[in-house]
Design a protein around this ligand. Sequence first.
Ligand code: HEM
Length: 551
Amino acid sequence: MLLDFDTSLLNYGAITFSQYGSNQSVIKVQFTMDSLSLFFALAAAFSAYFLWFYLLARDLSGPKLWPFVGSLPDLIKNRNRFHDWIAANLRATGGSATYQTCIIPFPFLARKEGFYTVTCHPKNIEHILRIRFDNYPKGPKWQTAFHDLLGQGIFNSDGETWLMQRKTAALEFTTRTLRQAMARWVNRTIKNRLWCILNKAAKENISVDLQELLLRLTFDNICGLTFGKDPETLSPELPENPFAIAFDTATEATMHRILYPGIIWRTQKILSIGAEKRLKKSLQVVENYMNDAVAARKENPSDDLLSRFMKKLDADGNPIPIHVLQRIALNFVLAGRDTSSVALSWFFWLVMNHPHVEDKIVKEISTVLKETRGDDQQKWVDEALDFDEADRLVYLKAALAETLRLYPSVPQDFKYAVSDDILPDGTFIPAGSTVTYSIYSVGRMKTIWGEDCMEFKPERWLSVQGDRFEPPKDGYKFVAFNAGPRTCLGKDLAYLQMKSVAAAVLLRYRLSLVPGHLVEQKMSLTLFLKNGLHVFLQPRKLQTPEVATKA
Ligand code: HEM
C-alpha cells in the first residue's frame, strides 16, 4: 500500500512534473507570444504617436517641441523671463510675428487644451479684437477662474451680459463729473498723504519703495472713485487694511487658477485647502466690505460709480440687485487698481535712467504752471495739478505712453477661439484653442516700431512740431489699453491720474535708485517690479522756464 502509495505518489509527481514542464513551455510560448504582441502593439502605438507628433510639430513654428511634454521644458526654463522669451520667439519668426505651440501634445487634447497661438502682429490683433470680435471672447477657462471673485461683471463676461454693462459704464466714463471726481480723489491723496511721506523720507534721507506707495495710492483712488470711500491705505504708518489684504489674496488665488491646470484648483476647492481656502476666507471679507459700501451709498449717494449704477434700471426696468451691484463695483476696482501704479513705477525708473527726458518733463510742467499760477514757484508745488493743467502736458503724456509701449501693465492677454478661423497672416486657429496676444512684444519688434524700438524715446509720440500728442495711425500698434469694442474704459482717467502723480513727484524731487537695488519684472498677469522700486529723494531746485531754456 505504502509502495503503491509511494509509486502513485511518484507517478503523480511525475505526471505533475511533466504536466508542469509542458505547461511551462505553453506559458513560455504564450508569454513570448503575448510579449511579442505587446511589443508590436507598443511599437505600433509609438510609431503612430511619433508620426502624429511629427505631423503636429511640422506645422508649429514656436519654441522646440518635445514628445509628451511639448514646449513645457523651454517654458519652465524661461519662467523668470517669460515676456522676453515670448518676444524672442516672435522675433525668430521673422516678419510673421506669430507662432503656434502646444504644451499637451496628445491626440484629441493637443488642438484644444494645450494649443496656443501667440501673436503680436498688428493685423492679427485687429482681427481678434475688432474684426472677428464675436469669435474671440474671454472664454470659459477665464470666466470660470474669475467667477468667484468677479461674478458676471464687465471684466469677466462676454456677449449680452458684457454689452449691457459696457453701454451703461461707457456713458458714465465720458462724463466730466467722473473726471472731476477722479481729480479730486487723486489730488487729496497727493496733498494729504503722498507728499507727507516723501517729505519725511527726503528730510531724513531714508529710502522708500515707490512701487509700494503707488500701489496704495491707486488702490485708495479707485476705491474712492468706485464706491466713494477712501480706505487710506497710503498713510505714513502704511497700515494693514483688511479689505485691501483680502482683495489682494483673492486676486492672487484667482491668478493661480489661470496659471495652473484646472484640476489642481478644483481639487483644492473641494478639499478647501491651499490657495482655495485663502480665496474662500478672503471673499467673505470682501463681501462684508462691499455690503457696508453699498449700504452707505444707499443712504448717502454721491458721484461715485456705485451711486451712478444704483440709479440705473436693468433690462426689465427693475433696479439692479445688490449682489450684482457689488460685483460691478469689484470689477472696476480690479480693472483700475494696479495698472496705473505699475505703469508709474516703470515710468519713474525709466526717467531716472534718462535725465534728458526728466529735464524736458520738468521744463514742460514749469512752463504750464508759470502760465497758470504765475512766477511764485511755491505756488507750483503747493497744490497738485488741476485737470486743465494736466491736459496741457503733452510731453509728459508722450513719456507715459512710451513707458506703456515698453512696459505695458498688462503684458499679454488671452482669447478663446469659438470656431475655426484663419488670421490675416494665414495662421489657422482651431476652435477651442487659446490665442494669446503679447502686448509686451508689440512694442519691441523692429518690424513694428522701427530699428530704435528698444529705446525710450517719448518724441516718437509727438507731432512734427512737437506740440501735439500723436498716437500711431495704426491703433493696433499700441494696445496697452486694449483696442476695439473692449478698449479700456479708464484710459483718460488713468492718464489724468498718472500725470498728476508724475508731476507731483518730479516737480518736488530728484529720484535716485538705492545702490544695488535690482529692478526686475515679476512674472504675473500684471507687470509688477518684482523687488519694488527703492529710491532716495533729493529736493529739486526748480528753475524758471526761461533759465531752463538757456541752460
Ligand atoms: C495705465 C492704466 C491702465 C491700463 C494700462 C489699462 C489697461 C487695460 C486693458 C489691457 C484692458 C483689457 C483687459 C481685458 O479685457 O482682458 C482694460 C480693460 C478695462 N479697463 Fe483699464 N487700464 C488702465 C486703467 C484703468 C482705470 C484707471 C480704470 C477705471 C477707472 C480702468 C477700467 C477698465 C475697464 C472697466 C475695463 C474693461 C473693459 C471691457 O471689458 O469692456 N482701466 N484696461
